[in-house]
Write a new protein. Structure first.
Length: 142
């Protein structure tokens, strides 16, 4: 079986057996799922876009909220895209919204959200948004 795997002859080997051999070698076995001839990413993008539209309708229906979708940033060498950055001028409240169709790794998501919390004031300043809170933002001392 190992020889067949080494030759790339996977078709006749059950996935579970391939996974056991690979794990015994200290490696990880990843597969790519394709959906109707296209990458599954397109389906996930459609779900993500639908979430965006739902949140836009929700925020648009709330009194006083402004928002920007897909806000990219590069600050202090840290880069990313915030799915929705929302602002309430009357309350001087800044809201960072990260949309996920599924959460694969919680620690990665928490790290991403910490980055956005730390950089939110600078990112919002590009739109002229200055949140209240002085040295506090997101419940932590700045």
């Amino acid at each position: 079986m190992v020889a067949r795997i080494e030759r790339g002859a996977f078709a006749s080997i059950p996935v579970g057996k391939i996974r056991h051999v690979v794990e015994a070698l200290g490696a990880r076995f990843d597969t790519i799922v394709r959906w109707q001839g296209a990458d599954l990413g397109r389906l996930l993008d459609a779900r993500h876009a639908a979430m965006h539209e739902t949140m836009a309708r929700f925020l648009g229906g709330l009194d006083g909220w402004l928002f920007e979708p897909e806000v990219s940033f590069s600050i202090y060498g840290e880069r990313g895209i915030i799915d929705i950055l929302a602002w309430h001028p009357g309350r001087r409240m800044l809201l960072v919204i990260e949309l996920k169709t599924e959460v694969v790794e919680v620690s990665g998501l928490l790290g991403t959200m910490d980055q956005r919390r730390r950089l939110a004031r600078e990112i919002g300043a590009r739109f002229g948004w200055k949140p209240a809170g002085g040295e506090y933002l997101g419940g932590r001392r700045r």
